[in-house]
Design a protein around this ligand. Structure first.
Ligand SMILES: [Zn+2]
Length: 322
């Protein structure tokens, strides 16, 4: 196990005004993965949503922005209806910028996604595993299994395992590896197993091999698109400054230049959700009927994973009660 003179980041934002808790341990030589495991196990304010009959949804993304893009509008719709949503980043994002890296970047990105979560009305957690270094290990499988159990999830959402980024691939593999184990009593016996296996879903992507994405559910987000864009645009390090592949010219120092960039990225982001609506129009029509389905401007789509509970069409509609 590696030990490095680095830092730890755990950010947890509880929905519904429970409050935000941020813990930073600076410059302590600690094994990063063990620390992340400890943070995942530690009881936290938002670890157990109220057992109030509402849905409990947990998203896993590799970096502090992935769950946010994938959750976005649908997370806000669930939250507005009183359902409990959590967005998890499985790495701390500490190499996700062209100019800065390490602890300060992990802190900056954590603050960004905590604010996104606050605006969407959902809980946020960032695990302290280095960006670019997550592996599908047994230890990480335990972390993911515990998080799903602690959230008592009905629905688990991640990206598909065929993806350009190794952290995305391995995060998806880890979620898949937990899709059965969450129900097995003597795997991680310190956290009670789920009595009912959640439904596992993949968010949409453009990858064609080994098989293209299939839209089993599509959700119109027209009614929440503006506050959703407002929330996502909080992630300046990634969106305005371009993240790992950005450069200084993208987000200039002068206010006029910065405003131009803000307008541009907002348009680009909106276009992304327009693209989903057009790509998954058939699923929108199936879900909303011809009239409404054809008119949807902004959407998100999800595919049912073959692992975990296999929902009927009826059950799926109950999980997306929009
Ligand atoms: Zn990512």
């Amino acid at each position: 196990m590696k030990t490095r003179k680095r830092y730890s980041v755990l950010a947890l934002l509880a929905a519904g005004g429970i409050g935000a808790a941020l813990g930073f341990v600076l410059n302590e030589p600690r094994p990063a993965v063990a620390l992340a495991r400890a943070s995942a196990v530690a009881p936290a304010p938002a670890a157990q949503p109220a057992a109030d009959g509402k849905l409990r949804i947990i998203f896993f993304g590799a970096h502090p922005d992935d769950s946010e893009y994938r959750g976005a509008g649908v997370a806000m719709k669930w939250a507005k209806a009183g359902h409990h949503v959590k967005l998890v980043s499985t790495t701390n994002g500490d190499i996700g910028h062209w100019r800065e890296a390490g602890g300060p970047l992990a802190l900056r990105r954590t603050k960004e996604v905590v604010e996104v979560g606050r605006q969407l009305g959902v809980a946020t957690e960032v695990l302290d595993i280095h960006d670019g270094e997550i592996m599908p290990t047994l230890e990480n499988r335990r972390i993911i299994t515990r998080l799903i159990r602690q959230w008592n999830a009905d629905v688990v959402i991640t990206n598909r395992p065929n993806d350009y980024h190794p952290d995305h691939r391995y995060t998806s593999i880890l979620v898949q590896d937990s899709a059965y184990m969450v129900t097995v009593p003597f795997f991680c016996p310190d956290v009670p197993p789920l009595q009912k296996n959640p439904v596992f879903l993949y968010s949409s992507d453009r990858f064609q091999r080994p098989n293209p994405f299939r839209a089993d559910v599509a959700v119109a987000i027209d009614d929440v698109i503006e506050p959703t864009l407002d929330a996502l645009l909080v992630m300046e390090s990634q969106i305005h400054e371009g993240g790992a592949n950005g450069h200084a010219g993208l987000f200039p120092d002068d206010e006029a230049g910065r405003q131009r960039r803000r307008d541009q990225v907002r348009k680009d982001l909106a276009r992304r959700y327009v693209g989903y609506a057009n790509s998954y129009r058939d699923a929108l029509v199936r879900y909303y009927g011809q009239d409404r389905g054809r008119k949807v401007q902004y959407a998100q789509a999800f595919e049912v994973c073959e692992y975990g509970r296999q929902p009927s069409e009826d059950e799926l509609k109950k999980m997306f009660p929009f």
